[in-house]
Ligand binder design. Structure first.
Ligand SMILES: [Zn+2]
Ligand SMILES: [Zn+2]
Length: 242
């Protein structure tokens, strides 16, 4: 099977998921060097709580201004890449273009960048950020659940699909200002089976975090239901206004 795959790759090189250029040495990622090179991995120095990079060359991790002012309810969040350019395009095609096979490169990018963080916080379970049933019906899938299935296998975590629920529909966060985003998600989530997360360390998962409001509200509700700690991993993280 491996030999057949290698043979077919020579005859018909796989195409880059983004620009459709052939990538003979694609590996499982199937992204070309130029698309990959246009992505910005998030590295230290960053804020250890919200994961926002400080944008300086050297230095150690330290709290950002907004986490100093008001500590979010999650214990630590990390994004693999800055939400801009090709990763933004890949996430949009996956979610709005309904290209469900793109869960794989998205998950692989998260694995490549976030595995040390996930190991260090030692979660017990993974919880994907849920969609409201009306949104789920419209889209047909929850992108966080699709990626979560790949990541849960890699990180050997049970994936709890229905423990956290979105009980109130919300408008897309991208259309709102920072303060509106906070009230938009307030009271939007509930825990259906608290016994599955009580006393456990939870890893929340989503494709992208823009202001962190959704992750913060999910974390608040999970902790209210007894979670011992809540961490969050996203493929992309929007640069914040400072
Ligand atoms: Zn490309
Ligand atoms: Zn911060």
């Amino acid at each position: 099977m491996e030999l057949l795959r290698a043979f077919l790759d020579v005859l018909f090189p796989p195409l880059c998921h983004l620009c459709k250029e052939p990538v003979p040495e694609a590996g499982p990622l199937h992204l070309c060097e130029s698309c990959l090179g246009a992505m910005t991995p998030i590295d230290s120095p960053l804020c250890p709580v919200c994961g926002v990079p400080h944008g300086t060359e050297g230095g150690i991790d330290h709290l950002c201004g907004s986490c100093l002012l008001a500590r979010p309810p999650f214990d630590g969040a990390r994004g693999a890449l800055l939400y801009e350019g090709p990763i933004r395009e890949l996430i949009h095609r996956h979610k709005y273009g309904r290209k469900v096979h793109l869960r794989r490169p998205l998950a692989l990018l998260a694995i490549g960048q976030l595995t040390p963080f996930v190991s260090s916080v030692a979660p017990d379970v993974m919880v994907p950020v849920p969609l409201h049933r009306s949104r789920l019906r419209e889209r047909g899938f929850n992108q966080a659940v699709l990626m979560g299935a790949v990541l849960a296998r890699e990180w050997r975590l049970p994936l709890l699909r229905d423990t956290l629920r979105r009980v109130r529909p919300t408008v897309a966060q991208v259309t709102l200002s920072a303060s509106e985003r906070h009230s938009n998600v307030r009271g939007a989530f509930a825990v259906a089976s608290p016994e599955r997360i009580a006393g456990r360390r939870v890893l929340l998962l989503d494709d992208v975090s823009t202001t962190g409001s959704t992750l913060a509200e999910c974390a608040r509700v999970l902790k209210g239901a007894g979670a011992a700690a809540v961490f969050a991993a996203t493929v992309a993280l929007a640069p914040r206004d400072r």
